[in-house]
Ligand binder design. Sequence first.
Ligand code: SF4
Length: 216
Amino acid sequence: MPEWAKIFSLLQQFIEDNELPSISQIAEDNADPYRVLFSTIISLRTRDEVTLSASHRLFERAPDLQTLMETDEAEIAELIYPAAFYRNKAAGMKKCAAILLNEYSGNIPGDRDKLLKLPGVGRKTANLTLNLGFGINAICVDTHVHRISNRAGWVNTKTPDDTELALEKILPEKYWIPLNEILVSYGQKVCTPQSPHCSECVITGHCKRIDVGKSR
Ligand code: SF4
């Protein structure tokens, strides 16, 4: 079993010396579930710095759901450009806003099954909204969490959804919320997709380096 307390203590120190991922920064400024949900939708397949600036532009123009629904789809697309699939995301956001206003009285539901029914919302988005918007324990597995957990040998899985289920069985619940923020930041800077910086890694003693190949 991985030594979670040691691993998280080492990674926490790293995080404190580095910039937080974009959604964590947005939640730190304002943990409104509306902002967490829609900035996470923007973040899909999008670089962190683009997510941050696009989210700031969107929330300045549309600080709440009602304003978002009243904003023209083309304007939303322009505000979140150059996020990946910005036109599709803008269309999805409008639909999402309408559903939330009509079916949930303008509240973001703190319930995964309800979040998953919204257009453009998958497990990653739903779990991060629960984490950062509501403080509800859930394991948000994105590409970084999936990759690092498998490289380290903590899990042996093929998909992020399987990683979420595998981690739920072995990771104490107190680490479920911090896991994403820590591993996203670590995956962007140290345990990168190509040629990870193993020589600088603070958790080498807790990593089996499975399928790593070339490293720095
Ligand atoms: S030792 Fe290398 S592969 Fe393992 S977590 Fe650190 S950077 Fe990633």
